[in-house]
Design a protein around this ligand. Structure first.
Ligand SMILES: *[C@@H]1O[C@H](CO)[C@@H](O)[C@H](O)[C@H]1NC(C)=O
Ligand SMILES: *[C@@H]1O[C@H](CO)[C@@H](O)[C@H](O)[C@H]1NC(C)=O
Ligand SMILES: *[C@@H]1O[C@H](CO)[C@@H](O)[C@H](O)[C@H]1NC(C)=O
Ligand SMILES: *[C@@H]1O[C@H](CO)[C@@H](O)[C@H](O)[C@H]1NC(C)=O
Ligand SMILES: *[C@@H]1O[C@H](CO)[C@@H](O)[C@H](O)[C@H]1NC(C)=O
Ligand SMILES: *[C@@H]1O[C@H](CO)[C@@H](O)[C@H](O)[C@H]1NC(C)=O
Length: 468
């Protein structure tokens, strides 16, 4: 989180289309936040936060609106409206919610032409299309009742003054999404093990889950305090949670965030660190995102194919669209090939950041105090591109899974979270330090906060699994 501007990569990026991408060069430095380790604790059921109700809603006119963190990139401008049926220009009339149709852009290296993606599960109600509605009962824990909140997301501790952002719940259009019930959840997962695979946003969800469960039980931490990988055991409930730190999902060179040299990404090779353990789990939640904007060399077949923001001029400069698609394809291939894996894989899709008024390293911030309505924003540019890649790769994985029994499900965090510019730590992830500039964190989510709803989704998705 010590995002001093001196920590930016010291070489200037040379890619053809580089200038507009510059804000992304090290956005993911935000994601290298050190892990705060919390002591085991058994504090239960303490009173909820008192509401301090002073919402001051910023009108759109005072800030550039709709900059979902990917503004002004070189991709052809396209939007994904979240309204009923307004998925795209080429929407399929008649079954608008079930199809997502698009015309691929010139920047796509693969699969040109029209790609149609079926996004819905074979279920009546699409959980992920809806609105945020007021929920005066929230939140369901505080930093006083849960020790699993790591400092950088402990927004109340660092003086966030407004609490209105804690008072919303997600309402799907066609049904209700029940609020997380820790008793019910622990019953659902009895005898099961769950793994998160991803980066610090995955960890953010895991910590939310531990906090939501803390009203009933607190896990034993079986992991080394400094290890980014975590293992928690709920002995009484025979339930385990693991977190595999794998921000690129595939094999990488050493991931030292202070490293000046771009990372090596082996885009067609498994990250053995998690792929050798797949069969131990009943549920995998796979995610990845913001790290793909960092300087990297791309390897395929052990050969350097290109790079993103590397200093050399004799390498082909490519975009993260290339690495993102390949990384998911490889990760899903590992899962489909995992011997003895009988579990379910959830793809938790990309959660957009919400920098407004500038990029992350030029004073961009997220100061809104209430959610967007879906007509107020749209998914665009890089966020849209990454989301579509995920949907497409999920579809490909499912097709392969059909042959070997692999089960892949959509866990769509993108659509709900696009509407939550108010849920990020902003400057409330640390105390101000004299003479130091910190970037505002508009990537992670305050705890408690809107990311708690991801575990509402998780509970509902697991319930649906049991009914299949
Ligand atoms: C918000 O509430 C806090 C605490 O009640 C108060 O100190 C502050 O002045 C209020 N801010 C506004 C803008 O009303
Ligand atoms: C959907 O698109 C139509 C025109 O294409 C527009 O009139 C309507 O307002 C849009 N709805 C939403 C919710 O954005
Ligand atoms: C929790 O937040 C309050 C402000 O709401 C703060 O005073 C306190 O220090 C925080 N406690 C912990 C343990 O983070
Ligand atoms: C949870 O982890 C413990 C310790 O590794 C193991 O003994 C137990 O079988 C695991 N339980 C489940 C349900 O995977
Ligand atoms: C690229 O240039 C570097 C020196 O700048 C050289 O060491 C390297 O071999 C060159 N690579 C290729 C593929 O030409
Ligand atoms: C911060 O800057 C001020 C003025 O530039 C200087 O007097 C002070 O010593 C600096 N403090 C630290 C901790 O560097």
């Amino acid at each position: 989180m010590k995002l001093l501007s001196s920590r930016k990569p010291h070489y200037s990026p040379t890619p053809r289309k580089s200038s507009k991408f510059a804000p992304f060069i090290a956005l993911a430095l935000l994601l290298t936040i050190p892990l705060y380790t919390f002591p085991p604790s058994h504090k239960l059921l303490l009173p909820l936060l008192l509401e301090r109700n002073n919402n001051s809603n910023l009108p759109c006119s005072s800030l550039p609106c709709n900059d979902g963190g990917g503004g002004g990139l070189t991709l052809r401008r396209r939007e994904l409206r979240l309204g009923k049926g307004n998925y795209s220009r080429n929407r399929k009339v008649g079954r608008p919610k079930e199809y997502l149709t698009r015309v691929s852009t010139a920047t796509h290296n693969e699969e040109p032409g029209i790609i149609r993606t079926k996004v819905l599960e074979d279920q009546k109600c699409d959980l992920f299309t809806g609105e945020w509605v007021p929920n005066p009962q929230g939140p369901y824990y505080t930093n006083a009742t849960c020790d699993a909140i790591q400092d950088h997301q402990n927004c109340m501790k660092y003086g966030r003054p407004d609490t209105g952002f804690l008072k919303w719940r997600w309402k799907p259009d066609g049904c209700d999404l029940p609020i997380f019930d820790p008793h019910q959840f622990l019953e659902l997962v009895q005898g099961k093990s769950l793994a998160f695979v991803g980066d610090s946003v995955a960890r953010n969800q895991m910590q939310s889950l531990i906090c939501l469960l803390s009203r009933v039980a607190y896990p034993e931490d079986l992991s080394a305090p400094t290890d980014q990988n975590k293992r928690y055991q709920y002995t009484e409930h025979d339930f385990n949670i693991s977190m595999f730190w794998s921000p690129y999902l595939v094999k990488t060179g050493k991931l030292d965030p202070n490293e000046k040299r771009p990372f090596d990404l082996y885009l067609d090779e498994f990250d053995p660190h998690w792929t050798t353990k797949i069969a131990l789990f009943d549920y995998l939640i796979i995610s990845a995102g913001h790290w793909f904007f960092r300087p990297t060399y791309f390897y395929v077949n052990n050969r350097r194919m290109g790079c993103l923001y590397c200093p050399e001029s004799n390498i082909s400069h490519m975009t993260s669209v290339f690495s993102y698609r390949r990384a998911f394809r490889t990760a899903f291939r590992a899962i489909n090939g995992a011997v003895n894996f009988k579990g379910v894989t959830f793809l938790r899709t990309f959660a957009p950041s919400h920098f407004e008024g500038g990029p992350w390293d030029k004073g961009g911030n997220c100061v809104r105090k209430r959610p967007f309505k879906r007509k107020e924003t749209s998914l665009r540019d890089f966020s849209l591109e990454m989301y579509l890649i995920q949907l497409e790769e999920l579809k490909i994985a499912r097709r392969a899974g059909r042959r070997n029994g692999g089960k892949f499900r959509l866990f769509d965090a993108t659509k709900p979270m696009l509407l939550r510019p108010d849920g990020h730590p902003s400057k409330y992830g640390n105390w101000p330090v004299a003479n130091q500039t910190f970037a505002n964190d508009c990537v992670h989510w305050c705890l408690p906060g809107p990311i708690d709803s991801w575990n509402d989704f998780l509970q509902e998705l697991l319930k649906r699994e049991n009914k299949r």
